[in-house]
Design a binder for this molecule. Structure first.
Ligand SMILES: [Zn+2]
Length: 294
């Protein structure tokens, strides 16, 4: 089945508010399948993927990409997602964490990620230095943590909703919404959006009733919503044998020599897609020659 996930870039009130609304169901399912995630980890990584996709699609340059890392004090350890425009990949130290449901019956994403820590955004803009922004975690529930990042680090007040509806190993629906009033946006419009915010709080459940285009019409009625752009979103890894060769070369002479002396070759596994790359001792010797040239 072809991926049908996509991001809608929407304009409200004749350019006074920027909105991103996306479905990421297939993308999150792929992530859960690759990593064998438990439901709470599917929800955590799924929310991270969805938030990172929004940042990825904001990037304008062709070779630019964005990495979002969440370093929380929860049992999942560090979570990482990389977005190359609409192509996303993600992983976590431990994607198999199991936790009891919260009292309200929801998955306890905050406890899996941790309630304390940092959200770090690195934008590779193809310049000499990367842009790095970060903020403290608010709750570990991820949507509020992204909102905090936009407000504190990018000085852009934002309303963020991220949702993943999971049943066992199946992702029923996943998606997200970002609302950013642009400079000069009148208070009445901001008040209107805040009044409506309970409508999008449980976004993945809303998505089981209607496609995102319909939700956009319903939620922003009277605010002249206009879809400006649609971008496909998918779980896509960019690893390759060349990249793995470069990773081996960057280990340095000492490490490479040690691998060659063991004479068992080397197997590298991509963290994001679990593709395996095998190098024979002979091939490692070739890489050692290159390492010596550098
Ligand atoms: Zn890969």
């Amino acid at each position: 089945m072809a991926d049908k996930d996509e991001m809608l870039q929407i304009d409200l009130c004749d350019g006074q508010v920027r909105v991103m609304l996306c479905e990421t169901t297939d993308t999150v399912q792929r992530c859960a399948d690759i990593h064998g995630c438990t439901p709470v980890c599917t929800a955590a990584l799924g929310r991270l993927i969805t938030g990172t996709a929004m940042l990825g699609i904001m990037m304008k340059g062709e070779k630019e990409n964005v990495t979002v890392t969440i370093k929380g004090d929860g049992p999942m350890g560090t979570l990482v997602a990389v977005a190359d425009h609409g192509k996303i990949r993600a992983c976590a130290d431990d994607p198999k964490v199991e936790l009891p449901l919260r009292e309200d019956g929801k998955l306890d994403v905050g406890s899996a990620v941790g309630h304390h820590g940092r959200l770090i955004v690195i934008k590779d803009l193809n310049l000499k230095e990367n842009y790095i922004g970060q903020s403290e975690l608010v709750s570990g529930e991820i949507a509020m943590d992204f909102a905090q990042y936009f407000t504190v680090s990018e000085q852009q007040p934002s309303l963020v909703a991220l949702g993943v509806l999971v049943s066992g190993e199946t992702v029923l629906k996943a998606g997200g919404l970002l609302i950013q009033p642009l400079p000069g946006c009148p208070d009445e419009i901001i008040d209107q959006l805040e009044l409506r915010s309970p409508m999008f709080a449980d976004i993945s459940r809303e998505m089981t009733f209607a496609p995102i285009e319909q939700l956009c019409e319903d939620w922003f009625r009277g605010m002249n919503p206009k879809i400006l752009e649609r971008t496909p979103v998918s779980y896509t890894c960019s690893c390759s044998r060349e990249r793995m060769e470069r990773a081996l070369i960057s280990l340095g002479r000492k490490e490479l020599t040690a691998l060659i002396e063991e004479d068992q070759g080397a197997e590298l596994v991509c963290h994001f897609c679990h593709n395996k790359y095998f190098f024979t001792t002979e091939q490692l010797c070739e890489l050692l020659k290159e390492a010596q040239r550098e």
